[in-house]
Design a protein around this ligand. Structure first.
Ligand code: FAD
Length: 329
């Protein structure tokens, strides 16, 4: 399937001039023909990231089906707009200056199909991971209990090879349907993704995951699966600062050390820049204490890296994806 054909896009300046002459911002809203999808200008991304910081997307769209997703991509290509994909924004630090081009939010791309005979589960990219973990448990599917505390989407988890409690996406991954930058829809297997610790070949690529299939084990007693899932959730709530905005672990663990231990031993627990703080409960978390800017968080990340390097000669590598422009203070 080729999707980047030329199409006609309706900028609704004429429509709004009829409907509401005073609504300045409405003038730029773009309706994608043949879809119920609109592209909006200057949409703040702070509400779409778990850090609750970040400037606006130059353009933002949240398609509800593949047709609308393809139309959004065609629009971006025909207007030479760079594309950024946004899942739940739970592993992103978006610059205060925002993001140029088109940001595509996947959160409305939702469906799931559990096959009790094979244990295969096929889910749309925008499905929330915690909801999926609970649903699997309630249906007696084992293999996803570890994921309950990860507040991302399926697409984000597949790209990041998200993991916890000794489990990770790579363990259960079968395949993903991917909309490639050349406009074709392809099926990628585990081998194609080159999975390793919290990484995959899809990171930094222009490919967009539309759905993924996981292999779970069906037929277990739901009460047992629910109990393990609940245990994992409770453990997270008691050891990590879920009450404040964050992106989870900021740095990858530089084996054999844990990043949190190194940061704590460097004396940085509780250290604060502006309203961004190294979480007192877990030193590999940076929390937004209320009113932090992306710049505060970025400067704290750099400060931690500098100090850990000084003390341990270890370069901490961020797990969080930073997008947009940042400048060191
Ligand atoms: C409180 C908290 C706890 C966390 N705990 C964990 C944990 O235990 N383990 C863990 O691994 N992570 C954890 N995280 C981090 C985060 O939840 C995961 O990395 C998650 O997988 C990110 O998913 P997302 O949908 O939010 O992706 P985003 O943050 O929106 O995006 C992450 C990257 O994936 C890309 N992307 C997203 N969707 C697609 C798609 N459909 N196609 C192509 N690219 C896409 C984005 O462009 C970006 O590069 C935690 C975060 C928080 C806030």
């Amino acid at each position: 399937m080729t999707i980047f054909s030329v199409d006609t896009y309706v900028c609704n300046s004429e429509k709004t001039s009829v409907r509401n002459k005073t609504a300045q911002v409405d003038k730029k809203v773009i309706y994608l023909p043949g879809t119920d999808c609109v592209i909006r200008p200057e949409v703040s991304l702070a509400g779409y990231t778990s850090y609750r910081v970040g400037g606006p997307a130059e353009w933002y769209v949240a398609p509800r089906d593949i047709t609308a997703l393809e139309a959004s991509i065609r629009y971006a290509h025909s207007h030479s707009l760079p594309i950024t994909v946004l899942g739940a924004g739970s592993n992103l630090l978006v610059s205060d200056c925002g993001i140029p081009g088109l940001v595509i939010g996947t959160r409305h791309l939702r469906y799931s199909n559990f096959n009790p005979e094979t244990g295969l589960v096929t889910v749309a990219t925008g499905e929330a991971i915690p909801g999926l973990a609970w649903e699997a448990a309630e249906l007696g599917f084992q293999g996803f209990e570890w994921a309950v505390g990860i507040p991302g989407t399926v697409g984000g988890a597949v790209v990041m090879n998200a993991g916890a409690h000794n489990g990770c996406i790579a363990d259960i991954f079968v395949s993903a349907e991917v909309l490639c930058s050349d406009g074709t829809l392809r099926t990628f297997t585990s081998q194609d993704l080159g999975y390793a610790y919290r990484t995959s070949k899809l990171q930094g690529s222009n490919n967009i995951i539309t759905q993924a299939t996981f292999q779970l084990q069906s037929g277990a007693d739901p009460a047992v699966v629910l109990a393990t899932t609940r245990q994992h959730k409770e453990h997270r709530l008691s050891t990590q600062p879920y009450d404040k905005p964050s992106c989870g672990s900021v740095f990858r663990n530089p084996k054999p050390y844990s990043a949190g231990w190194l940061i704590e031993q460097t004396g940085l627990k509780g250290f604060q820049i502006g309203k961004a703080q190294v979480a007192p409960r877990h030193a590999n978390f940076i929390i937004n204490c209320g009113g932090a800017s992306a710049c505060d968080i970025f400067n704290l990340i750099r400060h931690i890296q500098h100090n850990v390097k000084e003390h341990w000669s270890i370069a901490l590598e961020p797990e969080v994806k930073m997008i947009g422009n940042f400048q060191i203070a």
